[in-house]
Structures are given as structure tokens and as C-alpha cells.
Design a protein around this ligand. Structure first.
Ligand SMILES: O=C(O)CCC(=O)C(=O)O
Length: 263
């Protein structure tokens, strides 16, 4: 999870997306089938392929995580995507109008992230709340765009509806690279009550920063589970600096403990 200071985004079609706000506010997430498709989607996929082959080999360990060192196929997460194309991507439509429609005021965007669960790797996403990592008030939202067919077999996101209304829960350190913190008082009943978000490429799910979510391992042998994510926050949001320093230190300790170079 990351978030960088950025300019206020310009939205041009907010009214088209206000119809998603009630579901988002009730459940803490909303799924929008076919949100980003056609030539724009293909361009994004092509740019991601370029970034993986040309930029990732030049990055420090803390910006691109592999499940197995030395295995390019096992790339599981990219964060702080600094390339000019991706640094600017989040100010595009229709993402900005949707963010403003759901949050009800002008927004700023952080740098994109990319998540994968490569086939044949044990890489669960622990139950967590994004704002435990991002530390903003009010809480941000995350847009998660499916790049592959995503289902319960290859590790779709799973949500615990309505949990965005209950504030942040205690988290504790994990051994999962990219998700250094998971909810510590998590119960079997809660795990069973989660709702899977099965998506096709170009479908979008958007979740509130306090909504509890997780994802299981990819149990398939031949299907990746890739997604492109953008975090938006209101232009007026303030960061809890003490909490943020604590979180950054914890993630850094995890990376050092796992033998990664940290910058
Ligand atoms: O892709 C995943 O497994 C987790 C992503 C996530 O937690 C998020 O985008 O907030």
C-alpha cells in the first residue's frame, strides 16, 4: 500500500457514477462490471507488460516483490510505480469521476500498484483494512481492476460487508510479502461470512479503506490472478503521521527480516 502527495484530480463526469454511491456506502464496496474495456484496457495491459519487462529489472527489492527470487514468472506485487505513464495514470477518466462520485468531494490519487497471485505459489492476502497501512482521515478508497478472470480458485478478493462502519481493528505482523499487517482477532465465523468478488478482465471492484478484505491462495496450476489498483483520497484528507511512521517501520522490518534490500 502506498500513497503519495499529488495534485487535486479534475473530474468531468461525476453524475454518471453517483448511482454506485448507495451500494458503496451500505456495503463498503461496489463491483462495476465492464468498467474499463476496449482499446484503453488493451493499452494499459501493454504498458504493464512493458513495465514488467523493462522497468522491474531496474527496481529495488522494495518496489517489486517475487514469490521466488530469480523467477520472473513469480512476480506478485509492484508498488510505487514511478514510470511517467503510471505516475500519471490515476488522473484519468473514468477513474477520477467514479472516485469523486463515491467520496462526494474532489480527490487526489496515489501511485498505482499491481497485484498478482502466480499459479503454484502459496500467497494468501491476510484479512486487513487498507487504511491501517495508509493512515488517512477520512479513509481513502481502493479501485481494483481485474486483468485476468478472477474467481475463488485463483484467489479473488473477499469482502466482509459493512465493516467499513466499525473503524479500524487491531492488526499484527504477518510473513506475507506486500501485506505486512493482518487483523489479529480474526474469527472463523468472519472468514466464512466473506463475500467473493468474482470478476472478468475490465471489471472493477472499489472498496472503502476500512472495509475488511482478504484473498485465498491461487490453487490453479496455470492461471495468473493479476489486478491493477489505484488509491484515491479526498483532497482534504490528513495523514496520521505517527501511525504512518509506525506502519512504514513495520514493513521495513519485515522486508529486512525476509532478506530484501530496502531503499
Ligand atoms: O490483490 C490482493 O490480493 C489484495 C489487494 C488489496 O488488498 C487491495 O488492493 O486493497
Amino acid at each position: 500500500m502506498n500513497n503519495a502527495a499529488s495534485a487535486i484530480c479534475t473530474a468531468s463526469a461525476v453524475d454518471e457514477y453517483t448511482r454506485y454511491r448507495d451500494d458503496y456506502l451500505r456495503d463498503g464496496y461496489v463491483i462495476i462490471p465492464g468498467f474499463y474495456q476496449g482499446a484503453a484496457f488493451e493499452e494499459l495491459v501493454g504498458e504493464l507488460d512493458r513495465y514488467v519487462s523493462e522497468v522491474v529489472p531496474t527496481l529495488p527489492d522494495s518496489a517489486a516483490f517475487f514469490q521466488e527470487q530469480g523467477s520472473p514468472e513469480s512476480l506478485s506485487q509492484m508498488q510505487h510505480m514511478v514510470d511517467p505513464y503510471f505516475a500519471e495514470f490515476g488522473i484519468r477518466e473514468p477513474f477520477v469521476s467514479l472516485a469523486e462520485a463515491l467520496m462526494g468531494e474532489p480527490v487526489r490519487v496515489g501511485r498505482p500498484e499491481w497485484f498478482n497471485k502466480p499459479p503454484g505459489t502459496a500467497h494468501p492476502t491476510p484479512p486487513h483494512q487498507d487504511n491501517f497501512y495508509i493512515n488517512l482521515d477520512p479513509s481513502p478508497l481502493t479501485m481494483w481492476l481485474a486483468l485476468d478472470p478472477v474467481d475463488t480458485e485463483n484467489g479473488c478478493l473477499k469482502y466482509l460487508p459493512g465493516t467499513h462502519r466499525d473503524g479500524l481493528r487491531p492488526h499484527t505482523r504477518t510473513r506475507v510479502l506486500g501485506f505486512s499487517q493482518g487483523i489479529s482477532d480474526w474469527s472463523d465465523e468472519e472468514a466464512a461470512a466473506q463475500v467473493p468478488a468474482c470478476l472478468q478482465p475490465g471489471d472493477l471492484t472499489v472498496h472503502h479503506g476500512d472495509t475488511i478484505h482478504s484473498a485465498d491462495c491461487n490453487t490453479t496450476t496455470d492461471r495468473h490472478r493479476r489486478a491493477f489498483a489505484l488509491v484515491y483520497h479526498t483532497a482534504s484528507a490528513q495523514r496520521n503521521e505517527a501511525a504512518h511512521v509506525r506502519h512504514t517501520a513495520t514493513a521495513r522490518e519485515q522486508h529486512l527480516g525476509m532478506g530484501l534490500d530496502v531503499d
